[in-house]
Design a binder for this molecule. Structure first.
Ligand SMILES: [Fe+2]
Ligand SMILES: [Fe+2]
Length: 204
């Protein structure tokens, strides 16, 4: 379950009920602040991405009245909420991007706008997003050794990646194979926007 806090931030239920003094610090994960700089940046972008994913499905559910789209979005929202909870355990509050309000808005719009158009636009959008996320996780997994300090992190990224791939494949099955020029252009914007958002989240 993902909750809104009074200051507008989005946190998983597990974190919202945790001791504030220890929130973000969980036994079993390496100390975020002690990780190499590149890995902190990557994980910061993963946290932002899962936050954005939750907002995409919230945007879809705020707009769509299509039963098949709503069932799809509700199921995926549950998984993305679990991914966000994991990232909140791994990435300390101080380690998170300051751009979360922007991710909140952009994520919501990325779900709501295609939902205004119809079910096939939603499925094509999710396919585009998850195609990007699969590659994003893959390049991180390739850099992490399977044994040693980062083994648990690598396992978690593999698990999230497998979920995103199944989201991508499900969306691809449900989307129409033939897409108009506007939908193709929108999906290209979504892919490029995701890439730029990740670059920004790594830096700020
Ligand atoms: Fe996810
Ligand atoms: Fe996903």
């Amino acid at each position: 379950m993902v909750l809104d806090k009074s200051d507008g931030t989005l946190v998983s239920e597990t974190e919202s009920t945790a001791n504030p003094a220890t929130a973000g610090v969980t036994a079993g994960w390496p100390d975020f602040g002690a990780l190499p700089g590149w890995l902190q940046q990557e994980l910061r972008s993963d946290h932002a991405g899962e936050y954005g994913a939750v907002m995409i499905y919230r945007g879809v559910l705020a707009v769509s009245k299509d039963t098949s789209v709503r069932q799809f979005a509700e199921r995926h929202l549950l998984t993305e909420g679990q991914h966000l909870a994991l990232m909140e355990e791994i990435v300390s509050r101080r380690g998170r991007t300051k751009l979360l309000p922007l991710w909140r808005l952009m994520g919501w719009l990325t779900g709501a706008l295609p939902a205004l158009v119809g079910r096939h636009a939603v499925f094509a959008t999710i396919e585009a997003v998850e195609t990007f996320v699969d590659h994003h996780y893959e390049q991180q997994i390739q850099r992490l050794p399977a044994q040693g300090t980062y083994a648990s992190l690598r396992e978690t990224l593999l698990k999230c990646q497998a979920d995103e791939v199944s989201h991508r494949d499900e969306a691809a099955r449900l989307a129409l194979p033939r897409r108009g020029i506007l939908l193709r252009a929108w999906c290209a914007v979504v892919g490029t926007g995701s890439m730029l958002a990740v670059i920004a989240a790594k830096r700020v």
